[in-house]
Design a protein around this ligand. Sequence first.
Ligand SMILES: NC(=O)c1ccc[n+]([C@@H]2O[C@H](COP(=O)([O-])OP(=O)(O)OC[C@H]3O[C@@H](n4cnc5c(N)ncnc54)[C@H](O)[C@@H]3O)[C@@H](O)[C@H]2O)c1
Ligand SMILES: O=C(O)[C@H](O)COP(=O)(O)O
Length: 452
Amino acid sequence: MIPKDIKILHIDSNNPLLMNQLQEAGFTNHEDFKSSKEEIEAKIQDYHGIVIRSRFKIDKNFLNKAPNLQFIARVGAGLESIDCDYAATKNIRLIAAPEGNRNAVAEHSLGMLLSLFNKLNQADQEIRSGHWNREKNRGHELDGKTVGIIGYGNMGKSFAKKLRGFDAEVLCYDILENVGDANARQVSLQELQEKADVLSLHIPWTPETDKLVNAAFINAFAKPFWLINTSRGKNVVTADLVEALKSGKILGAGLDVLEYEKLSFETLFEEDKVPDAFQYLLESDKVILSPHIAGWTFESHEKLAQTIVDKIKQLYFGETPEVKEQKRVTGIGGFFFKSEDPKALRDWYRKHLGLDTNDYGCTFRWKNEKGEDCSTQWSPFKSDTNYFSPSEKQFMQNFRVEKLQELLAKLKEEGVQVIGEMESYDYGNFGWILDLEGNKIELWEPMDETVL
Ligand SMILES: NC(=O)c1ccc[n+]([C@@H]2O[C@H](COP(=O)([O-])OP(=O)(O)OC[C@H]3O[C@@H](n4cnc5c(N)ncnc54)[C@H](O)[C@@H]3O)[C@@H](O)[C@H]2O)c1
Ligand SMILES: O=C(O)[C@H](O)COP(=O)(O)O
């Protein structure tokens, strides 16, 4: 099929770049932000793709009326409004864009947490009404606390990354195995409930996570804790949360999502009556609320749209032209050399060149072009070290790289001599090769993907 013959229906408004770039790529695009679900169902047979946020549910009935549909693109992360299993039976590809709003969600979660800890919402209100209460608004510090993340996918990982600068222990619990990383240690739910001072939810809304945070779940925590929910409102039983706020088992809650939201997330209530539990939240100074905007930033508006464009293009054209060949070396990771007396040498460099040395040498900290923290290590090694072997040389270089495992495989294919197996530590993955003249090179993939 040529792109012009691929007809895409857009039923929610998005950043204009989405439509513009799909037009430029040659797809035929139609907008219909107003028609009812029934009206859309009446014409969906003409389309190969649909781009939606959350206007209505894409259920079996809808899919049965869409015999030509090849993809559903959701300009967001959660897919609970789509019958994904049924779509799969019809070979319809699902495209979502969590890459587009995960940073926003992480920053929002952190913002809520710090606001709760420092009572910012409360203190602000008091000053505006003429009260200057210092003791009443004494805050808490994240330093030394344990943060438990449930759901360690795009959002959970992004939040954990933001916590790196705090001296907090970060734990994660997920139904998938081996998802923990350098930013969060994966533990059982029981361990998380034993240790956490803060719980942040980053799970999808599924039959298993519906009402997950209920009275029994809350009471299984060993300590009183703070709750952040940016996942879905129905993952928490609000009435049980309120009881826990009253008893002090939950110390405070930051809620971006509410049990009472409608599927489209655009409105809160259809009924006029405010539920009692919600009324409590409205009046509680231990609660911060936001209207489902954790992933709703100016930047995410653009990134979500761009992610969808890239994934649609990828679906039809394979690799998009913008996807560049994987970078190999991204910077100098370190310079290591042999020394007769490493300590004396380190002291010499400290005295004469001002290097801020420690037992390992000196760590130079810098920021890459995205403003992210990076480091380069300078280290003298004892002259009898075998860390540089099989090279007999006096030095070893260390380069920062991307996707080390793939790179090592490619280097092997290219006939480069790889020494040993890749090793993983908290601060990254390491591999070793020899260059043409037998110099040993250490390749370092720092653990945090965005540091690269
Ligand atoms: N508030 C917002 O603006 C906003 C924005 C984006 C996403 N979200 C919500 O965040 C959710 C997560 O998004 P994501 O992109 O990180 O999804 P994801 O699929 O990348 O990660 C979710 C993780 O939760 C795990 N999980 C599923 N069921 C679980 C359970 N019962 N117990 C423990 N772990 C479980 C999965 O294995 C997965 O690792 C979305 O589904 C959406 O509901 C909200
Ligand atoms: O799942 C998501 O990405 C967020 O909850 C945002 O959804 P929305 O774009 O439909 O508001």
